[in-house]
Design a protein around this ligand. Structure first.
Ligand SMILES: NC(=O)c1ccc[n+]([C@@H]2O[C@H](COP(=O)([O-])OP(=O)(O)OC[C@H]3O[C@@H](n4cnc5c(N)ncnc54)[C@H](O)[C@@H]3O)[C@@H](O)[C@H]2O)c1
Length: 377
């Protein structure tokens, strides 16, 4: 219903993604003018839809319908391009990789805004409560990059377990010191791996880990159905604090919400096995930044890898850049070319539905009719 109301009135949109620019759509001469804005990344390939130049591949389509589509990477600070367009936007599209932070203050200024689309998964860059209070719809392309992230997590687990990065570094620096690598390189087989969150990504990771003959555990708000659980071969741990000390490797796979923000603080990290490896491609702010630095420095965490930080882009002095035993990257796991094709198609599909006044697939909604999706409440 909210979508129908939205489409019946004037609409503008604004999108953002990676180094990824922001874009907005503003229609001219239509009954229902649209303005959108999005944030994108730089161009490398024809299929690199997430870049500013390629603009999710929807510019021609939007402009042919008379909408104005503004794309920019300039979205931080009071004088950025995004701020200039905020009062006019009808739709704002952003990727989570280089997000446009949609604060309560920005929502207040966005008098025409109706729809916030995330070109990917994870809408924590938006003040969801403020969006709900303002009657905005927030939706993401649920499922679009889950395979990309699960594959990346498997890679990060192996990189940490095998102590791969220092070995690679030796090659670059002209060294050859096998002992310096091998003294802390292990097989993955036989290790206990626990995922905190076993939704779409967590389950795909567990499925991919099964052939490695690990002991697989998962903690989630919800227990899987028994058939799926036995197929995946993972054991449910209702109590997170009981699962943590059992794990050699912990992978974070839940959203950033009021409940999960800062969940891995000093106290929680103290419950982990000494020498634990952690992979976090979920969200940086689930961890207490300094607690992770301290535990990596003391060796309590023997390796930390992930692609998510707070804030993003990570400032040059972010302490995770300098802590020992890290294998961090910029936010890249969910934006392979395959993922870009899927999230770009998902954004187009939702815009088509929005213009027609149709509902989106129910799993795409994060905020609808003033209500947050259940795991964000
Ligand atoms: N790095 C990337 O490029 C990238 C890409 C996609 C998603 N993500 C992140 O990964 C997260 C998970 O994605 P998904 O597609 O698997 O989502 P999902 O909704 O399918 O799964 C999330 C799981 O977390 C569980 N959960 C929620 N709150 C919890 C809590 N307080 N305690 C325990 N479990 C809880 C849910 O029950 C659910 O099973 C996203 O929210 C996003 O932040 C990152």
């Amino acid at each position: 219903m909210a979508m129908k109301r939205a489409a019946a009135s004037a609409v503008r949109a604004f999108t953002s993604s990676g180094n990824f620019a922001s874009s907005s759509v503003l229609s001219r001469g239509l009954h229902h003018p649209q303005k959108m804005f999005r944030l994108l990344i730089r161009r490398y390939l024809g299929n690199f839809l997430g870049c500013a130049e390629n603009a999710l591949g929807i510019r021609e389509w939007l402009e042919s319908q008379g909408h104005q589509y503004i794309v920019t990477p300039d979205k931080d600070g009071p004088h950025c391009e995004l701020e200039k367009h905020i009062p006019d936007l009808h739709v704002l599209i952003t990727t989570p990789f280089h997000p446009a932070y949609v604060t309560a203050e920005r929502i207040k200024k966005a008098k025409n805004l109706q729809l916030l689309l995330t070109a990917g998964i994870g809408s924590d860059h938006i003040d969801l409560k403020a969006a709900a209070d303002a009657g905005l719809t927030v939706a993401e392309v649920t499922g679009s990059n889950v395979v990309s992230v699960a594959e990346d997590e498997l890679m990060r687990i192996l990189i940490l377990v095998r102590n791969f990065l220092p070995g690679h570094h030796q090659v670059i620096t002209g060294d050859w010191n096998v002992a310096a690598i091998a003294y802390r390189a292990y097989d993955l087989e036989g290790k206990t791996v626990g995922t905190v969150g076993a939704g779409r990504i967590g389950r795909l990771l567990l499925q991919r880990l099964k052939p490695f003959n690990c002991n697989l555990l998962y903690h989630d708000r919800l227990k899987m159905d028994p058939e799926l659980e036995s197929q995946i071969g993972a054991k449910f741990e209702e109590n997170l604090d009981e699962m943590l000390p059992k794990c050699d490797i912990i992978v974070i796979n839940m959203p950033l919400t009021e409940k999960t923000k800062g969940m891995f603080d000093k106290k929680k990290i103290a419950k982990l096995k000494k020498g634990v490896l952690i992979v976090n491609n979920a969200r940086g702010a689930i961890m207490d930044t300094q607690a992770v630095v301290d535990a990596c420095s003391s060796g309590h965490i023997a390796g930390y890898s992930g692609d998510v930080w707070y804030p993003q882009p990570a400032p040059k002095d972010h302490p995770w850049r300098y802590m020992p035993n890290q294998a961090m990257t910029p936010h890249i796991s969910g934006t392979t070319i395959d993922a870009q094709l899927r999230y770009a198609a998902g954004v187009k599909d939702m815009l088509e539905k929005y213009f027609k006044g149709d509902d989106f697939p129910p799993q795409h909604y994060i905020v609808k009719d003033g209500e947050l999706a259940s795991q964000y409440r």
